[in-house]
Design a binder for this molecule. Structure first.
Ligand code: MG
Length: 221
């Protein structure tokens, strides 16, 4: 079998499992968000801030993807929400088959929002479905404003772009307008949020957007 065919079959199998995951999440009325970013962009801090900002409105759980270790899951667990660590054993992204057992283990009947932190890089995770409703890329100021140029695939595949560490703007050469223009050129429909996980700035707008997209939050017990 030619290699291209093999790759297509693997993608197809993943998409089928992703569709099952998605149906399961829909049944449980859980909004699932796939968070992607480079290492150090602040994914875990963003998960923590999102939990803190949204917790009066939505019950949250998290899945933490990493190549090794469970430091992120340990950190998120301190927020008092259910969290499952998935180690990919060196793999550069989560896939639908890895996420599936996590969905079975989480108490999804009591959850409104599932935050899935993907493995840190801007190449592999792009466009591989997990069963999520929303794809989000976080880009932070220290990485520079040229990331949409260098990694267009991921910026084209998302519903929202989060510009993190906005509090560093006075100290760095990051042209927010130019960055926004690049994103708009690649993906005019993508929402853009400017946030600081250090100060909490901009988190309210992000969380309002999530609440607005939830298909009917379940009655809290
Ligand atoms: Mg992390």
């Amino acid at each position: 079998m030619p290699r291209v065919q093999v790759v297509e079959n693997v993608m197809k199998a993943n998409d089928q499992i992703a569709a099952q995951n998605r149906r399961f999440l829909d049944e449980k009325k859980v909004l699932a968000v796939n968070l992607m970013a480079s290492p150090g962009a602040g994914k875990t801090s963003f998960v923590m801030r999102t939990i803190e900002t949204v917790r009066d409105h939505m019950r949250v759980a998290a899945v933490e993807g990493d190549t090794a270790s469970q430091v992120d899951a340990d950190r998120v667990a301190t927020a008092g929400v259910p969290v499952i660590q998935i180690n990919t054993g060196g793999g550069c992204r989560l896939d639908a088959n890895m996420v599936r057992p996590a969905l079975e283990q989480l108490p999804l009947d009591e959850i409104d929002l599932l935050l899935i932190e993907n493995v840190g890089n801007l190449v592999c995770p792009a466009g591989l479905a997990l069963g999520e409703h929303l794809n989000v890329v976080i880009s932070s100021l220290p990485e520079g404003d040229d990331k949409p140029y260098k990694y267009p695939g991921i910026f084209m595949a998302v519903d929202a772009v989060v510009i993190n560490k906005i509090d560093l703007l006075p100290y760095l050469e990051f042209d927010v307008a130019a960055f926004r223009e690049l994103v708009a050129g690649l993906n005019p429909k993508a929402r853009i949020f400017e946030v600081s996980c250090k100060t909490g700035a901009g988190l309210d707008q992000w969380v309002e957007w999530l609440i607005g997209l939830h298909p009917g939050i379940k009655a809290h017990g």
